[in-house]
Design a protein around this ligand. Structure first.
Ligand SMILES: C[S@@+](CC[C@H](N)C(=O)[O-])C[C@H]1O[C@@H](n2cnc3c(N)ncnc32)[C@H](O)[C@@H]1O
Length: 283
């Protein structure tokens, strides 16, 4: 099998989802902060995968990709193995899309058992829902309202095939991040992009699944990042520029300010939040 040429045409592969907290606008900075001594023979880990913006830009040779969102990972797996079939279903949705169709398909999605049909529905709903939010109710049913005014842009057949090809040498799994990085070794690269912490008390920047990523989760993540640092892994993390996050990493990591802010809407209010990139190597 021809080796994937990871640097040759990285711009060609676009993530197939829009994802809350997705790093599509920051990926160019992330590329600049990647370690220069990361060898392509080492493993690339992305345990908070989402839309995988950095993975698709970097195109590493060997990767372990995971997320706690089961439906998200199952969609990646369906594209990895059956891009043609996923495309055929998706194309049907594209030709019929409208508000009424969306709600019919939303119900169908929650009842569907077929992984390939479900993957196409996942992409369809993601592209036509309100702001591409992923939200489920307490029973785990996807419940985001329709939100599309313009015809949505779906991945083309060619794009789905390229995505499938780029996933050839990857292991995709539905896992908590802790389990995923358990086996990471010296020289492996890990990009952590966790959901950002609550802004105040119970207000979260973003809601991904019925589980929240709390302040305690961030404390635990910092502990695990330090353990992996001692093991010799190369670590890069995206996080919110707030004192709580800085206090967790300032003693043993480098914290780089990004001159980028974004507006986060939560509880009907808008907050301006800066971003940091945290690394355990000098850039
Ligand atoms: C900020 S998003 C990642 C965005 C991604 N880097 C991109 O560019 O699209 C965070 C992701 O972490 C996942 N997540 C939340 N809690 C998790 C956990 N405990 N373990 C693994 N993944 C988790 C969410 O499902 C979500 O997809």
């Amino acid at each position: 099998m021809a080796e994937k040429n990871n640097e040759s045409n990285p711009q060609n592969i676009k993530p197939f989802l829009r994802w809350v907290g997705g790093k599509n606008r920051l990926v160019k900075f992330l590329m600049e902060y990647m370690p220069s001594d990361f060898s392509i023979d080492n493993m690339y880990y992305e345990p908070f995968l989402g839309a995988g913006n950095l993975f698709f830009r970097k195109q590493p040779k060997n990767a372990i990709l995971s997320d706690s969102n089961k439906q998200l990972i199952e969609s990646y797996q369906a594209i990895q193995n059956y891009p043609e079939l996923v495309y055929q279903y998706l194309d049907k949705h594209l030709s019929k899309t409208c508000k009424e169709y969306y709600y019919v398909k939303r119900n169908e999605y929650n009842d569907s058992k077929s992984s390939i049909k479900k993957a196409a529905l996942f992409i369809y709903l993601n592209k036509t829902s309100f702001n591409g939010i992923w939200r489920v109710n307490s029973k785990g049913e996807y419940n985001v309202p329709y939100g599309h005014k313009e015809p949505p842009s779906f991945p083309s057949k060619n794009e789905l095939f390229n995505i499938s090809k780029s996933l050839e040498n990857t292991i995709l799994s539905h896992k908590d991040y802790k389990e995923s990085v358990n086996e990471a070794d010296s020289g492996d690269f890990i990009y952590f992009d966790p959901p950002y912490p609550p802004l105040n008390g119970t207000s979260y920047f973003t809601h991904y699944t019925k589980d929240r990523f709390t302040k305690e989760d961030h404390l635990e993540l910092a502990y695990i990042a330090k353990m992996l640092n001692e093991r010799g892994c190369l670590i890069m993390m995206s996080n919110a520029d707030i004192p709580f996050i800085r206090s967790l990493y300032m003693d043993s990591f480098y914290i780089h300010d990004l001159k980028v802010t974004r507006w986060i809407r939560t509880d009907g209010k808008r907050y301006k939040v800066g971003e940091v990139i945290i690394t355990n190597y000098k850039v």
